[in-house]
Ligand binder design. Sequence first.
Ligand SMILES: [Zn+2]
Length: 316
Amino acid sequence: MSSERFLLLLSLALTVLFCQGWGFAVHRHIHRSAVDALPPPLHGWFETETEWLRAHAVDADRRKAKVPKEAPKHYLDLDAPALSCLDVSKGLPSFDCAAEACTEDTLWSYGVLPWNIQWTYNRLTRAFMEKDKAQILQAASDLGHYASDAHVPLHTSLNYNGQLTGQDGIHGLWETRLPELYGDRYWLVADAPEYVSDVLEWSWNVVLESHSSVDSVLRLERELVAEWPGDLLVREERGRVVQKQRVPEWCALYDQALEGMVERRWRGSIQGVASLWMSAWVDAGQPNLDSLFLDRVKCGWWKRRFGACPKSPGNG
Ligand SMILES: [Zn+2]
């Protein structure tokens, strides 16, 4: 096998491996922007750990290979025939109700995303109550990741990578390629966070909203591919890896056809993450966290920047 062919295969394998929620860069951007969107005093505390939250925004994806049952926490294949037992028109089911209707095994096979957001939210609320800084950071980071994944339409479909309709690779196209090409033109300043009184309902609504876009995501890609007269793929070097990517001219048409969908879901993720972080702190009784973050707050930003402050307990 030629080395070029090997690199191409490797890049395709990497695409499959990382085909999971927003691309890493977007997840990191969402966490950083969610910190910016927080009101005081939470903003002041989290701002001292922005770098940590940004760096750990994709821990949950990295755990998939090592931790059993991690992967289904990132999606819900709502259109899977096996989940026809979930009749959301009759109400948004709790995990227990859904397990009663479909069996627990079925849920773990086709995804538990909306319930997992609630479980992780409860973890964060508990960590705030216990004033456990390492747990606060880890739970906030995980909650931000899962809530962001829920905003991605293809995380709510069995056809998550177009593999059932000959549209393989559409996952990375939507969540990584378009943000890479057009992210700097998107309006990503989120609305102010809002208190979420019912987290399960919020999670379900985000998942259902995402799911309502699955059809357009797939159909528009299929139509634009059929109409495209030239080569669809271009080879791009990423460090030492050569990747096959959709040509930017075609991507521009697709982004246009989606009418701001990627931008809206990205901005919605930022507002959603900030809202959940803030609500968990409110539900925990709005504890004063000065003592946890004080050392870092006292330590000027220029020292933090050069690593001259006390270490975050979440590091390591
Ligand atoms: Zn994920």
